[in-house]
Design a protein around this ligand. Structure first.
Ligand code: GLN
Length: 512
């Protein structure tokens, strides 16, 4: 089945329902991984024998040919998997095999999916380029000299390169949407609390969400439905039914957006706020907005003044929570331990382990966060950042509610200010690296859902279009994204960029 790596998941489902075997499908991905991952570096862990054994088991299951039975998947290495190495991209967890499954992993297992492997990521999900992994960089299948985004860059490279049909990523400040945008994929950050965090290695607990990364809006919706919904094991899980997502994607693909009210966020690339945004990104974005209008949407500009402060607030809140969450890595409970032979006492074991186990970006965040939380500075930094967070939520509420009933249904922006940048270009400049998250941070801080869908190419590289919606209205993101995707797919006859994406995923002689 040589065309498998270019197939969407709904096509794989049809093939499996038609009698294809999961073993053949899985083998096609494993072959592609063997051919291309040496260059891409998308995976940290692949166990071909285990994957094929699981595929064979699914081929003889009673559910064969239905649902997600036998469909392969890749998981970001921040998702805890029972008996399967899980490092979160850090040396400090090298060799750790978790004794349990994250809820996301357990649900995917119960649905019959086949785990292809665990994908590379910035250490503890801190980064925007996947250059902060302790295990080496991941490359962008569109241009191996460029970054695949981050922190879920292993997942984005795997799916864009045809090394997995879809993957799970996590998004704290943009880590699903930004890598999806930079590799031409669909990536959705669910409403905070609507996908369980149980078994995700915590970075910033008030922001972390797992979500789907896929080649189409429908695939992303199918994956979201498989992992989402209430989980008593997560204390912040929302006890409400998940909106119907795949159906929203199918409806959206029919193309009409009559009556949909769309707000273009001025602070995210609009007039007076376009510093650092590439022209090619703004042009693609503008053309996509015009398409929404052509499909019947009412478009207008909305100002969300507090969004200008999102970056500063996020880079206080996320490191503060990280400094607390990462205290658990003490050389005693998990993974690496340094100083067994010769350390004076337990404190020294902890210090040596953390010194050698954490990379520079993680240390930077722990120091920043510890400082921001320290007495005397708490109010000036962490307290202020929390107030900004409230202002950002209010900007969203004002956009939805409007004055006199003139609110909007969704807010839109580019997903990232630039296309994928060259490897190494920002490693020595943390502020430039953090700027990659400018557009994704507001939705993270407010906990609202946001999707990135490809909207074109700039200089041959993918551009992402972000759609944000009110909390629990994830279905709206999928509906609008599917409409835009359908409008662009019509260009396939002209070899539109979606075709290029499919062709790229099917290239078997490596990624170049
Ligand atoms: N790039 C952002 C950071 O470094 C977001 C990361 C994420 O969403 N996990 O914190």
């Amino acid at each position: 089945m040589s065309d498998v790596p270019s197939m969407n998941v709904d096509e794989l489902q049809a093939a499996l329902a038609d009698g294809a075997t999961s073993v053949d499908v899985t083998r096609a991905y494993l072959d592609r991984i063997a051919a291309a991952d040496g260059e891409l570096g998308a995976y940290l862990h692949v166990d071909p024998e285990a994957a094929l054994a699981r595929a064979a088991e699914m081929d003889s299951a009673g559910t064969r040919g239905t649902g997600l039975t036998g469909i392969p998947i890749a998981l970001k290495d921040v998702v805890v998997t029972e008996g399967v190495p899980t490092t979160s991209g850090s040396k400090i967890l090298e060799g750790w095999k978790p004794p349990y499954d994250a809820t996301v992993a357990a649900r995917l297992k119960a649905a019959g999916t086949v785990l292809l492997g665990k994908t590379n990521m910035d250490e503890f999900a801190m980064g925007s380029s996947t250059e902060n992994s302790a295990y080496g960089v991941t490359r962008n299948p569109w241009d191996p000299q460029r970054i695949p985004g981050g922190s879920s860059g292993g997942s984005s490279a795997a799916v864009a390169g045809g090394l997995a049909p879809w993957a799970i990523g996590t998004d704290t400040g943009g880590s699903i949407r930004q890598p999806a945008a930079l590799t031409g994929l669909v990536g959705h950050k669910p409403t905070y609390g609507s996908v369980s965090r149980y078994g995700l290695i915590a970075f910033s607990s008030s922001l972390d969400q797992a979500g789907p990364m896929a080649r189409t809006v429908l695939d992303a919706a199918l994956l979201h439905e498989a992992i989402g919904g209430y989980d008593p094991l997560d204390s912040t899980s929302i006890d409400a039914p998940l909106p119907v997502l795949a159906e929203a994607a199918r409806r959206g693909a029919e193309g009409s957006l009559a009556g949909l009210r769309v707000g273009v966020v001025r602070e995210l690339g609009g007039e007076g706020h376009a510093d650092g945004y590439e022209d090619g990104v703004l042009t693609s974005f503008g053309a996509a907005v015009a398409r929404l209008e052509a499909m019947g949407a009412e478009v207008r500009e909305i100002s969300c003044p507090a969004f200008d402060l999102a970056l500063a607030a996020y880079y206080l809140i996320a490191p503060s929570e990280a400094s607390s969450n990462l205290a658990r890595f003490d050389g005693v409970r998990y993974g690496l331990r340094v100083g067994d032979d010769g350390a004076r006492d337990l404190d020294e074991v902890m210090a040596l382990t953390r010194e050698q186990g954490f990379g520079p970006e993680v240390k930077r965040r722990i120091i920043l966060g510890t400082y921001a939380l320290s007495s005397g500075y708490y109010e000036a930094y962490y307290g202020q950042a929390q107030k900004v967070r409230t202002l950002i939520s209010r900007d969203f509420s004002a956009a939805w509610d409007g004055r006199n009933g003139d609110g909007v249904d969704v807010l839109v922006s580019p997903t990232t200010p630039t296309v994928a940048f060259p490897l190494g270009a920002r490693v020595d400049d943390p502020i430039a690296m953090y700027a990659a998250d400018l557009c994704t941070l507001p939705a993270s801080l407010a906990g609202v859902p946001a999707i990135s869908v490809p909207c074109g190419l700039s200089e041959g590289l993918p551009v992402g279009f972000q759609i944000m919606a009110p909390a629990l209205a994830d279905d709206r993101c999928y509906r609008v994204a599917a409409a835009l995707e359908a409008a662009l797919t019509d260009e396939r006859g002209d070899r539109g960029f979606l075709d290029q994406l499919a062709a790229r995923a099917a290239t078997t002689e490596g990624a170049a």
